[in-house]
Ligand binder design. Structure first.
Ligand code: IPM
Ligand code: MG
Length: 372
């Protein structure tokens, strides 16, 4: 019996998580395990009515689970950043889910916008650092006459713009990226381990040519870590260049390890080359604690309760969850069933089909039960 927490969240979140649960339960029937779900009512509605984002009690409660199945967060009634930081990032940081695992794989039957590329060419994983970098939330906005300790910024401002640094008419904002040796080591080690189990190639992403402190450290740690994995071929790419290679030569990649913010950006590009955001799953992993599995897309509030959202990204995230808890066969069966459903054309509108969210989910669940 697996005890799993679930947070549907906002917009289409509850609908797609419902389909994911259906499929995971089907996998349990087929592979001989039970899942007991505990649902948490966390999201925009509650925030609007009670001002609560996520409470200490909830965090304590969630810490008892090895896995959380998460839908999406985000609502047009709430200013951007509040729910994202107060719920999603709060969970990632609180539980130190330092690995964000994002497979970029073109399933059979899906068309990629890249000309002449097939499923054989697009099959890699991105390992995104998930707790550091520009996501640590250190920064502020201030009038120049405040915060005298930030003289570097003040001087740059006055030299570059010829403005009076004491004037309060101008405003400055800054935000700091933090990279640590240990934070880099642990996520890179995970990526090396994954590469060893795959095609033994690991690409590191950075921008060490400009942001040479934070990513200089990232690079140094990578070089050191690589020494422990002589069987893995390694390379460095700058983030701007990798966006080009993702489009031109996706077949070069096996495992890609990246600092947090670049990982956020390049995985949306990855989602597009694998056929769209409706297909891209992610796992926020703490190997020794609570992990969380979610589609990488957002909550699409305008489609809420319309049964039009594609549940595949969430169902696939469910497969990552199964893999994480050790149900490897069941995990693989879920992805095969997703692929089959695509080939059978039982898909939502975004993939050219006519199935509702629940039809697409039920179809995949049936395939899993049939052992297809
Ligand atoms: C993602 C999202 C989040 C992120 C946002 C919603 C905070 O874009 O999971 O990629 O930036 O990590
Ligand atoms: Mg993102």
């Amino acid at each position: 019996m697996y005890k799993i927490a679930s947070i549907g969240g906002d917009g289409i979140g509850p609908e797609i998580v419902a389909e994911g649960k259906k499929v995971l339960e089907a996998a349990g029937e087929q592979f001989g395990f039970d899942i007991q779900w505990t649902d948490f009512d966390i999201g925009a509605d509650r925030y609007i009515h009670s001002g609560k984002l996520i409470t200490e009690d909830e965090l304590n409660e969630l810490s008892k689970f090895r896995a959380i199945y998460f839908g999406a967060i985000g609502d047009e009634r709430v200013k951007p950043g509040i729910l994202e930081k107060g719920i999603l990032l709060a969970l990632r940081f609180h539980f130190d889910m330092y690995i964000n695992l994002r497979p970029i794989r073109l399933l059979k039957g899906i068309e990629t916008p890249l000309a002449n590329k097939t499923s054989d060419d697009i099959d890699f994983i991105v390992v995104r650092e998930n707790t550091e970098d520009f996501y640590v939330g250190i920064g502020s906005r201030f009038r120049k006459h405040e915060k005298k300790e930030l003289n570097v910024i003040r001087e740059m401002y006055s030299v570059r713009f010829g403005l009076d640094v004491e004037s309060d008419a101008e405003e400055i904002a800054y935000q700091i990226g933090v990279v640590t040796r240990e934070g880099s080591r642990r996520v890179q080690t995970y990526a090396f381990d994954r590469a060893e189990g795959r095609k033994k190639k690991l690409t590191s992403v950075d921008k060490a040519n400009v942001l040479s402190d934070v990513y200089g450290l990232w690079r140094d740690v990578f070089t050191e870590t690589a020494k422990k994995y002589p069987g893995v071929t390694t390379e460095f790419t700058f983030v701007d260049a990798i966006t080009m290679w993702f489009v031109k030569n996706p077949e070069w990649f096996d495992v890609v390890v990246t600092p947090n913010m670049f990982g956020d950006i390049i995985t949306d590009l990855g989602a597009m080359i694998q056929g769209g955001l409706g297909l891209a799953p992610g796992g926020n992993i703490n190997p020794k604690g609570t992990s969380m599995f979610e589609p990488i897309h957002g909550s699409a509030p305008k489609y809420r309760n319309m049964q039009v959202a594609n549940p595949i990204a969430t169902i696939w995230a469910g497969s990552l969850l199964l893999d994480h808890i050790g149900e490897h066969e069941a995990a693989a069966a879920v992805v095969s069933a997703i692929e089959r459903s695509i080939q059978d054309g039982i898909v939502t509108k975004d993939l050219g089909g006519t199935a509702r969210t629940m039809d697409a989910g039920s179809y995949i669940a049936e395939l899993v039960k049939k052992g297809t």
